[in-house]
Design a protein around this ligand. Sequence first.
Ligand code: ADP
Ligand code: MG
Ligand code: ZN
Length: 630
Amino acid sequence: MVSYRELLVTLLMKPLSKNLIILVLSLLVIGAVFSATSLNKKQTPETIGVTALVEKINNDEITRVEVQEDTLSAFTADNVEYSVKKEPTVSLSELLSDYGVPAEKIISLNVEVKEPGLGVTLARSFLPTLLFVIGLSIVLWLFIRQMQGASSRAMTFGQSNAREVNNKKNRITFAQVAGNPEAKEELSEIVEFLKTPKKFVDLGAKIPKGVLLMGPPGTGKTLIARAVAGEANVPFFHISGSEFVEMFVGVGASRVRDLFQKAKKAAPCIIFIDEIDAVGRQRGTGMGGGHDEREQTLNQILVEMDGFDPNLGVIVIAATNRPDVLDPALLRPGRFDRRVILDRPDLKARQEILVTHTLNKPLAKEVDLKRVAERTVGLSGADLMNIVNEAAIFAARRDQKEIMQKDLLDSIEKVLIGPERKSHVLGEEERVMTAYHEAGHAVVGHLLPHCDEVHKISIISRGRAAGYTMSIPGEDRKMHSRQEFLDDMAMMLGGYVAEREIFGDMTTGASNDLQKATAVARDLVTQYGMSDQLGPRTYGQREDMPFLGRGGHEARDYSEKVAEQIDSEMAKLLNGALETATRIVKENRAKMDQVVASLLKNETIEKEEFITLVGPATKAPKITPRPAAV
Ligand code: ADP
Ligand code: MG
Ligand code: ZN
């Protein structure tokens, strides 16, 4: 499909520039002819006024007059020429008689009326047209240039702008991708296909056409796709889903066609479609507006994937962090039927990622990357890269030659909680209140068996928080028990309880804690079936966004009566947590006072000091099966 714009542009562009040159040339020629003719005139005759002419006629000096338009050329008997200008509308005889020249003298004059010169005639009839055409051409030319500039691809319209990355220097291999052993194993099969397709074809095996990489943002989907190409040493065509859809309708589909054509020529190779959810959303749900262009693009991808011979050696790898919104047609066998999941890195993988990203940076000997990895549970590879970068910036700003452990730990807090706000100085009262609030969180969390380990307490404000308690899960866990949730809720309320118990007053500082605790209570009741009264069902249907973890809007699927029960169950859970926290705060007032004193002095307390102040943490009892009922 050729767009009419494309046609217009190609039609106009080339001949136009040629025409323009011809026009300018002819203009120059005409100009030259003009000046040549005027130069060729023997000598310029003396110009005289009408009165002088009349006088000369009256004196019989003039024998012959030539009239050319508004110019009179009067000649004497000895051929001396005078030039006289007259009004173009008045004829010579009228003019002369008006000046009182006798009629017989006028008649005796030899008057010749001449046609205007050839050049003048030509100029007269063509010049306006010529000027018009030239003007129009210039305007058109400018217009087209503008159009080209605006969509600088007007000429290369339907071509995919996939970038082919195949450079030996920047070759990425699986070694550069930390963690994800299953993903690597699955993908090394693809590498085998690309390297030795014959082995598989001979056995009648069909090489897979599509692989879908799924995982949260920043977990290395793009990286691992490039590593596949690097391992197999084949060309890699990289295009992002959003690049298909641009300002002109129909571009997406033609880009897809072009991309596959290029790839087929370069086979064996990899086509990598990043962020495929931009075009691959479920069709016809009306979500995000029924986008026709997107559907066409998606259809074209499906058509192309069905169209090529599986053993050609073109493998399409797509990446998304929203597999839930993808059109099922994409996931059908023969399309993206292989799915590879990339997870957030675990402790070991985080340490590996930190090592890779600090390789080319000067690290102080004292740096303990394991400690950094321990403090970054739940962060993605991209976050870790960011932390290392922030640490390097800290080191530079502190005029160091090497990155120290402190730079790394500071940058974790900066990335997790927000930048330090040195200017935000708390008043003395607020400082004490904040210290007790944080001590409340820390002590409650420390003494409850199922809470995460407290790593740091601080009353330096960061981001929106006046102070913070950093607690980090000891191991990477995928599941949480009911008891953990209950303890977490108590820890969240620890700050609120401390303010209430110690000052008999409360601040707005606890608002965020209350929101979080309420959300946990709601989830316990409505999502996890952890309330005895409401039983094992879920309430409310959430539009799930698994990798983003953000609840979309909720559709209610229960009665008003159940809503009341949910409220009362949540209140029960929250009150239970409140009681637990209150009990611990009351029983450990002395320990809290110590923590607060240290906080007021040093502003932050690290894990080790905290333990010396309050004693060892309460260990969670081992979970054992109950004995069978007799
Ligand atoms: P995604 O495409 O999943 O959003 P990227 O592949 O763009 O994530 O990752 C961003 C950067 O984070 C990568 O360039 C890489 O430097 C780093 N990174 C992410 N995951 C890993 C990993 N598993 N191993 C090493 N580096 C990683
Ligand atoms: Mg990516
Ligand atoms: Zn708090």
